[in-house]
Design a protein around this ligand. Structure first.
Ligand SMILES: Cc1cc2nc3c(=O)[nH]c(=O)nc-3n(C[C@H](O)[C@H](O)[C@H](O)COP(=O)(O)O)c2cc1C
Length: 335
């Protein structure tokens, strides 16, 4: 399957691994690169040691020069405002080890644009609303990711978040007029051949896949969390600030977090401000549950795509399956 994304990054399938904080480590990024996708290491909150270790592991495990050239990295932009040493480290890597792409999400990418451009690395910017797109273009984004509200993990809150079905074609139209050389990826709910084919039909050049590649053998999430995702259908996730409050993650207001709507979440979801005001008891329960691997209170980060996730195979199998099924779907529709 050939799209502008596969051409730009020399991929065999129009899929990029989402740079999932603490989950998309070196082994998962390398597995995706070896399977012909773009493997973005989840630099997340910008921890320098973690990023160095996992990025170097990705390069080692990618095996060949061609696979290594499909390894990139991603960061949470507002966190870089506090400490950008991991971004600087990855951009400073010498030529063959430089990231193939650098992805920024959740915040204004413009303060980092000059550093990324100076390193000669294509910038990927994830946005959640149309109003964020001009900023990303001004930052020099080579690729824009349209992240819709179905997505697992952080994203725009439910009041302001968009849906893949309308956001992707609207953004495709905007780019066709204002920035025709900028590529577009869809993110949120893309987990099988049908959903990848749909993203392409909506006008995307490919998909950024999080949840489906999170539920794989190489992902660093715990097996208990992955098992819970396999058993949960698409009704079983919700967006809120509950787990951010419990984890002391200081996310800026417009963003919240989609994960499995477990017992502890249900207990607090209607009383988020009360939780914020007095989180001690709930935090104690949450921390004990994380230690014990009890997912009635510990969180499992997966989006609405949970309903399309029925197993936890190696990442290469997931990528091969999605690519083959998307090809079949598109061929069948064109007949
Ligand atoms: C476990 C998990 C962690 C995530 N962490 C990050 C992150 O650190 N940075 C980021 O830009 N996006 C992150 N995301 C969001 C993804 O970039 C992407 O938008 C989302 O996974 C796409 O939707 P999907 O989960 O339905 O595939 C995360 C998603 C998941 C599931």
């Amino acid at each position: 399957m050939k799209t502008r994304l596969t051409t730009l990054f020399d991929l065999s399938v129009p899929i990029a691994l989402a740079p999932m904080a603490l989950a998309a480590g070196g082994a998962l990024a390398a597995a995706c690169a070896r399977a012909g996708a773009l493997g973005l290491v989840g630099g997340g909150y910008g921890d320098l040691d973690w990023t160095q270790r996992e990025y170097e592991l990705a390069l080692r495990m990618a095996d060949t020069a061609a696979n290594r050239s499909r390894i990139g990295c991603g960061f949470i932009t507002w966190k870089l405002d506090e400490d950008a040493s991991a971004l600087d480290w990855v951009l400073d890597q010498p030529a063959p080890d430089k990231p193939r792409a650098l992805m920024l999400s959740f915040g204004d990418p413009r303060p980092y644009a000059a550093r990324v451009a100076a390193a000669g690395v294509p910038l990927v910017c994830q946005v959640q609303r149309m109003e964020q797109v001009p900023q990303a273009i001004e930052a020099g984004a080579r690729v824009i990711v349209a992240q819709a509200a179905e997505a697992g993990g952080h994203g725009m809150n439910s009041l302001q978040g968009r849906a893949t079905m309308t956001f992707v074609p609207e953004l495709a139209d905007w780019l066709a007029t204002h920035a025709p050389d900028t590529l577009l990826l869809a993110a949120g709910g893309i987990a099988d051949g049908r959903t990848l084919a749909a993203a392409l039909v909506l006008g995307a050049d490919g998909a950024l896949v999080g949840s489906r590649l999170w539920a794989t053998r190489e992902c660093l999430a715990t097996q208990g969390a992955k098992d819970q995702a396999v058993q949960t259908n698409g009704d079983g996730t919700a967006r809120s600030a509950v787990f951010d409050i419990l984890r002391r993650k200081n996310w800026p207001a417009p963003y919240d977090f989609r994960a499995i709507r477990n017992d502890l979440h249900q207990q607090w979801e209607g009383r988020v401000e009360a939780l914020r005001a007095d989180p001690a008891a709930a935090r104690a329960r949450y921390n004990a549950a994380v230690k014990a691997g009890d997912f009635s209170a510990a969180h499992a980060t997966v989006g609405e795509a949970a309903g399309l996730i029925n197993d936890c195979p190696p990442a290469a199998e997931v990528i091969e399956r999605i690519g083959r099924q998307a090809d079949d779907r598109l061929a069948r529709l064109s007949r």
